[in-house]
Design a binder for this molecule. Structure first.
Ligand code: AMP
Length: 493
């Protein structure tokens, strides 16, 4: 548990706090939560990619792109916004060929021009190449500076473009060898899907930070960030692509390579806590749903409180709240109802009514809450601004007591591997004690899940996970140059 006692409350920019945790407005920094998809050997490759991206919408809502290929030419369609708004029958019809890759991109503010929308595609000495990336490379800027010194001209500000230039600059003989050479030089998180004129190549970084799954529909092979994409298509899940594994999907079927030196796995525990869809199977285990429920049950064990009802913060807090209610033997009630139709087009109202805050997304059901001692369960506490508004909303609806329970430990450090977390300064858990945070969110009590409790409730062994956002222990040590590029190196020290 964090016991630091800096008195200042977290620095929250007006845009970030006023969006009531809706993430309608995002800070001006790079975000790399994303979805990737790839399919080889189907006459409706682009249509199926569209559906796959539809199922993976939760991993990125800022922009989306599909690149299809027929062995000779690539066909591209990209746009900003939600999958359903970007593609239509006419645009999909133009994406001919029996292979395709797709990408959904998470929100950005500073760099949201179309040149950053993936898949990135180029034509070079080895034919056409398109690339879609989920994850974040920690040495991208260092590599970019080196490549630019050698004359590389970058088209985007995306860290993913570094991989394309490294492939183009490689001296290896074959395209596959160049890809391996290039990916051997990048550090950080990458679940990458590439399309060449001959097939699809899917690669997961040696630590396996982000998920990447392999599926099959008859003779057609597919790859996707999460298995929920396969479910929609009626495809079978074959298995998770292993950390450090590269698979080629082409006319020979699936060929697997392990070209990188093995390292300790560091799969992102936050995928289980918040990010992945609960109906997906990731990291080779059962559905995320079961793990979220187990986190809730463990939370009940660790921080039981006398209460009348358990209420989830929908949607991400629902499975953990079910687990908590089960573990605590307290009835589960939907005391908060979510409006699912808030798009990024939401316009902030005039000052006179803007303080309706979180109500645009959530509304309290006073019949459920009135006179009750309420346990509210959410999956994580980042800046604390959402929790503060939720506690107030529940109290205003007549609750007698409000006890906040969080199904993960305090987030104390930013993620460099692809989850959108604010800077350390903005993370309330990084500089405030439990009691300070409780006071800030105005709850009667507050408890987080312990680190051990979280890791033990997750499938497999605690050692297989990256939990750096909760521990500040990063699985990949940063060089000075990388610290500098990530804004962490303080020259005054
Ligand atoms: P906060 O008000 O900043 O404490 O936000 C907490 C809420 O943000 C929780 O309800 C989480 O479900 C949600 N959340 C956690 N991580 C993320 C993320 N990376 N992107 C968007 N929302 C998140």
């Amino acid at each position: 548990m964090n016991t630091r006692t800096t008195k200042e409350l977290p620095v929250v920019s007006p845009s970030a706090s006023d969006d009531a945790g809706l993430n309608l407005i995002t800070p001006d920094k790079f975000h790399d939560e994303c979805a990737v998809f790839g399919i080889y050997g189907h006459k409706e490759a682009a249509n199926l990619t569209y559906l796959g991206l539809y199922a993976l919408q939760h991993r990125g809502q800022e922009a989306s792109g599909i690149v299809s290929g027929d062995g000779e030419h690539f066909y591209v369609h990209k746009g900003k916004g939600l999958v359903a708004d970007i593609y239509n029958p006419q645009s999909l019809e133009k994406l001919t060929g029996s292979m395709a890759i797709g990408h959904n991109r998470y929100s950005t503010a500073g760099d949201n021009n179309l040149s950053n929308v993936q898949p990135l595609s180029v034509s070079f000495a080895f034919g056409n190449l398109a690339l879609a990336h989920n994850g974040n490379l920690i040495n991208a800027q260092v590599l970019r500076a080196e490549l630019e010194a050698y004359g590389a001209i970058f088209q985007s500000t995306s860290d993913s473009e570094v991989m394309i230039h490294l492939i183009a600059h490689s001296r290896a003989d074959t395209l596959l060898a160049r890809i391996i050479d290039a990916l051997g030089q990048v550090r950080g998180a990458f679940s990458v899907v590439m399309q060449t004129d001959h097939g699809i190549i899917a690669v997961r970084d040696p630590h396996g930070f982000r998920p990447l799954c392999l599926g099959r529909m008859g003779d057609t092979y597919l790859v996707a960030s999460e298995t929920c994409a396969f479910d929609l298509l009626g495809a079978k899940i074959i298995r998770e692509i292993e950390p450090g594994e590269l698979v080629v999907l082409n006319e020979k079927g699936v060929t697997s390579y392990h070209p990188f030196a093995p390292v300790n796995p560091a799969m992102c525990i936050f995928e289980y806590v918040y990010f992945a869809r609960p109906d997906s199977q990731i990291f080779g285990a059962n559905a995320v749903y079961a793990t979220r429920k187990a986190l809730g049950r463990q939370l009940a064990k660790e921080s039981l409180v006398k209460a009348d009802i358990v209420v989830p913060v929908p949607d991400s807090g629902v499975p953990a709240a079910l687990g908590y209610a089960e573990g605590a033997g307290i009835p589960f009630e939907l005391g908060l109802i979510r409006n699912h139709y808030i798009g990024r087009t939401f316009i902030e109202p005039e000052q006179s009514i803007r303080h309706f805050g979180v109500k645009i997304k959530l509304n309290a059901v006073s019949e459920v809450l009135e006179g009750k001692r309420v346990v509210v369960v959410d999956d994580s506490l980042v800046r604390g601004t959402t929790s503060r508004k939720i506690v107030k909303m529940i109290r205003d609806a007549g609750a007698k007591e409000v006890h906040m329970r969080i199904s993960s430990p305090p987030i104390i450090s930013p993620c460099f591997y692809g989850i959108d977390t604010p800077t350390k300064k903005e993370l309330i858990g990084s500089s405030h004690s439990l009691e300070e945070i409780r006071k800030y969110i105005t709850a009667d009590s507050l408890a987080y899940l312990s680190l051990e409790g979280m890791l033990n409730a997750a499938p497999g062994t605690p050692e297989q996970y990256c939990s750096a956002c909760f521990t500040e222990k990063y699985p990949i040590a940063l060089t000075r140059a990388e610290e500098w590029q990530l804004g962490l190196f303080d020259p005054s020290l």
